[in-house]
Design a binder for this molecule. Structure first.
Ligand code: PLP
Length: 393
């Protein structure tokens, strides 16, 4: 049976694609080697530099986020190289540890609880013990989408600088870029990875690397070692100099990307971050009023894009999600890995406003009641109050 009204897509990505972007994508395909393509190619690269807060190199792949993770590792590193990966949740495992091991890297997986971000103290211990400076890279997921925990990148960078450790810093911003403040240059990140389908408000299908000169130099030293053609930064950057790509780009997604970066810069990045912060805070106010617990244990690491909520014992999160979908036509995020069935996730990122959040939280509150999940009433009221307090007219 057709469902009236719009579906509520409140998973932490893919996110809702605004009409402006859908219209931009809905255009004739052009010759990607013809004269009309180069201005588009140059515009999207410049736009993404602003979003990454970098004046350096940005590479755009026709691929999902995992592709950009593989590119971030395979360009500067070689099989056998030692890398530290901080365990933060499902994505530090599936997008990083698994990919790194697949590439033959020697992974030092620093254990985490999935309830806190990457620990600067744990990183300090690992790096201080590495007297021969054999560790070639440190990998951190900025916003762990499976747990709603945001790691403090400047604190991790400070540890590396204090120890004068030369490892590259590789950061996954798939669910934080264009939503939570992230500064590739200022925070001295060497490779930043992201995807199109979350803060950038696009459909899935594009992914990105922002690359420091140090990471680029490391990839140059790899000449002679077998390397991937598809992910190669140098081929890409060379072609990009004239606005083109070494192989067929995802032309229509690039039309969308141009519109997305324009929209984000029109709003202004500080305003975009502030909007996400208000929505994160209001969502947490609702969860607290319901008497439910967040997965994230440290208020300094609350995520402003994703709220992961623990179910009361004996209640299945996926059954609740099914009720919310059937009754209210709303998709919420599932629990991943060891959190399957125990957690549901609310996505509040991308093209999103106060009333969309109010609708989302109403759906959660009604869904909890319909599924017989024990909770207190008043979550939506608490969220509306938080939203009203944050508004200055
Ligand atoms: N890293 C994080 C933090 C993610 O949230 C995701 C996907 O949600 C990925 C990596 C993998 O991206 P993709 O599913 O687009 O390959």
């Amino acid at each position: 049976m057709p469902k009236p009204g719009r579906h509520f897509l409140q998973i932490p990505g893919p996110t809702n694609v605004p009409d402006r972007i859908l219209r931009a994508i809905d255009s004739p395909v052009i010759d990607h080697r013809g004269p009309d393509f180069a201005p588009l190619g140059r515009d999207v690269i410049e736009g993404m530099k602003a979003i990454f807060q970098t004046s350096g190199n940005v590479v755009i792949y026709p691929a999902s986020g995992t592709g950009a993770c593989e590119a971030a590792l395979s360009n500067p590193l070689s099989p056998g190289d030692r890398v530290v990966i901080m365990e933060t949740g499902w994505f530090s495992h599936i997008a990083w540890r698994k990919v790194a091991e697949g590439l033959g890297l020697n992974v030092d997986y620093v254990p985490g609880t999935w309830r806190r971000g990457a620990s600067p103290d744990d990183l300090e211990q690992r790096l201080a013990a590495d007297r021969g400076q054999e560790i070639k890279a440190v990998v951190v997921v900025h916003n762990e989408t499976s747990t709603g925990v945001t790691s403090r990148i400047p604190a991790l960078r400070a540890v590396m600088n204090r120890l004068r450790h030369p490892a590259l810093l590789i950061v996954d911003t798939v669910s934080s870029l264009a939503s939570i403040d992230f500064r590739h240059d200022e925070w001295e990140v060497d490779v930043t990875v992201t995807g199109s389908q979350k803060g950038l408000m696009l459909p899935p299908g594009l992914s990105f690397n922002a690359v420091s000169d140090k990471a680029l130099a490391a990839s140059r030293r790899k000449q002679g070692v077998s390397k991937s053609t598809y992910w190669d930064w140098h081929d890409m950057l060379k072609a990009n100099e004239t606005g083109y790509f070494p192989y067929t780009p995802a032309t229509n997604l690039l039309y969308g990307l141009k519109e997305a970066t324009t929209m984000l810069l029109e709003e202004g990045l500080p305003n975009v971050f502030e909007r996400h912060a208000r929505h994160g805070e209001a969502t947490r106010a609702a969860v607290s009023a319901w008497g439910l617990d967040l997965v994230c244990e440290d208020p300094r690491e609350y995520s402003n894009t994703t709220t992961a909520v623990l179910m009361p014992n004996g209640h299945d999160a996926d059954r609740f999600r099914q009720v919310a979908l059937d009754r209210y036509d709303m998709s919420l995020g599932t629990g991943l890995g060891k959190l399957a069935g125990r957690v549901f996730r609310i996505g509040h990122l991308g093209s999103f406003n106060d009333l969309m959040l109010a609708g989302t939280l109403s759906g959660v509150e009604m869904g909890l009641a319909a599924a017989g999940v024990p909770h207190k009433e008043g979550g939506v009221t608490a969220a509306l109050r938080a939203l009203a307090q944050g508004v200055t007219v």
